[in-house]
Design a protein around this ligand. Structure first.
Ligand code: PMP
Length: 391
């Protein structure tokens, strides 16, 4: 399409036409038999995608932040100790949310572009009995990927609930919630799940549900209270009508369609595709002498890349020139370094061709801004990497 802009920010992403078509149908009642089926199917598909066959899924109208809010509101009581392991902007947001519900929060903050060491986390867990440990699988502000396996192992060892912000990872990164023993894995619809913004998605372990059931005080958030939502999720899964607050009917039609696309591709294949594209894209940026924000490749996300602008290049001009070339990328988000780096999302149904378009627009913008490089340099590196590893 001649003037179509390619949306390559780390969410919302480009959505499959089939998903958008599913949203465009006439809205039915939220208790129409066909919709009850769609809702029930979506809950079952979530358990498959999250790899949590015994988990309790929740689908609630809202964004990823509501899913974070829901985890904190339902599991935290006044004075509970919570440990937040932060790799960027969204770790700090989780701390704010936990504080709002009266948690006594400790923040372990990684240096920019790095992760907090497992030793530092373990030292902290030895200090006192925490109720909950929160970490961000992929922090969208830095592009840093945290390995959930040792985190989950530590949480188990110290009897702490583990909560993973998977807003920028679920559907794109390897996740095995039940095998790893993570109590909450949450996301929003608009990233690697591939559905327009508007759904908060969360899967809770039976242990987390048990902790919520044994609360001594009420949940101080009416809309997020699992007491309101659990019977609704159970009813839809049993294919029975129910109502607490009107679900986002058309978004849930889109969700079922998209989760089926994920399931048909197979999560292992999907993660591999994200990995191959991410690696090839970073090789391409390196061929232009751009520096990647995560310090080492093993902690660089597969769903997005954060990279510093070359020295002396006007950041706003680069992004607006790329937009004129019909490719939309995102600027920085982390306040300390916001103006020094940019972010490109590569998740969902992203293909090698999409990234070729990004690199081509990037090279043209850099050339217009007098950056010195050989045109085609990044494209060649990308193509070579894709030919070596596949898409
Ligand atoms: N956590 C992470 C890692 C995110 O990337 C985002 C959104 N960019 C959020 C939480 C918040 O999600 P939302 O904007 O959907 O509320």
């Amino acid at each position: 399409m001649k003037h179509r802009k390619l949306l390559m920010i780390p969410g919302p992403i480009e959505f499959e036409p089939e998903v958008l078509r599913a949203m465009g149908v006439a809205t039915t009642s939220h208790i129409a038999p066909n919709f009850i089926d769609v809702f029930g199917n979506s809950l079952e598909l979530m358990k498959k995608i999250w790899k949590a066959p015994n988990g309790q899924p929740f689908i609630v109208a809202g964004s990823g932040t509501l899913a974070m809010d829901m985890a904190a509101a339902n599991l935290i009581e006044n004075g509970d100790a919570a440990l937040v392991v932060s790799t960027g902007y969204f770790g700090e947001r989780f701390k704010d949310i936990l504080d709002r519900y009266g948690a006594s929060t400790t923040l372990l903050k990684a240096p920019i572009g790095e992760v907090v060491s497992i030793e530092a986390i373990e030292n902290q867990l030895k200090q006192k009995q925490y109720k909950m440990m929160v970490f961000t699988h992929v922090d969208t502000s830095t592009g840093v990927l945290v390995d959930p396996v040792p985190m989950a192992r530590l949480a188990k060892k110290y009897s702490v609930l583990s909560v993973m912000d998977g807003v920028c990872s679920v559907g794109g990164e390897d996740i095995r919630q039940e095998e790893w023993g993570i109590d909450i894995v949450l996301t929003g619809s608009q990233k690697a799940i591939g559905v327009p913004p508007g759904l908060a998605l969360l899967v809770a372990s039976q242990k987390a549900i048990g902790v919520w059931k044994n609360r001594k005080t009420p949940v101080f958030n009416y809309y997020a209270d699992w007491g309101n939502w659990l019977p609704i999720m159970q009813a839809y899964e049993d294919r029975r009508p129910s109502y607490f607050a009107t679900p986002a009917v058309n978004l849930i039609l889109a969700l079922e369609t998209s989760l089926n696309i994920l399931d048909n591709e197979g999560m292992d294949n999907r993660v591999k595709r994200h990995q191959n594209l991410a690696r090839a894209f970073r090789e391409a940026l390196k061929a232009l002498d751009l520096k990647i924000l995560p310090k080492t490749p093993s902690i660089a996300a597969n769903t997005l890349t954060a990279a510093y602008y070359p020295k002396d290049i006007n950041a706003a001009a680069l992004r607006s020139r790329m937009a004129e070339n019909n490719v939309i990328i995102a600027g920085g988000l982390l306040p300390e370094i916001k103006t020094t780096y940019f972010r490109v999302g590569h998740m969902g149904s992203v293909s090698a061709n999409d990234l070729v378009a990004v690199l081509s627009a990037l090279e043209r913008a850099l050339a217009e801004l007098d950056y010195s490089f050989k045109p085609g340099q990044s494209l060649q590196a990308f193509q070579n990497a894709i030919l070596r590893c596949g898409e």
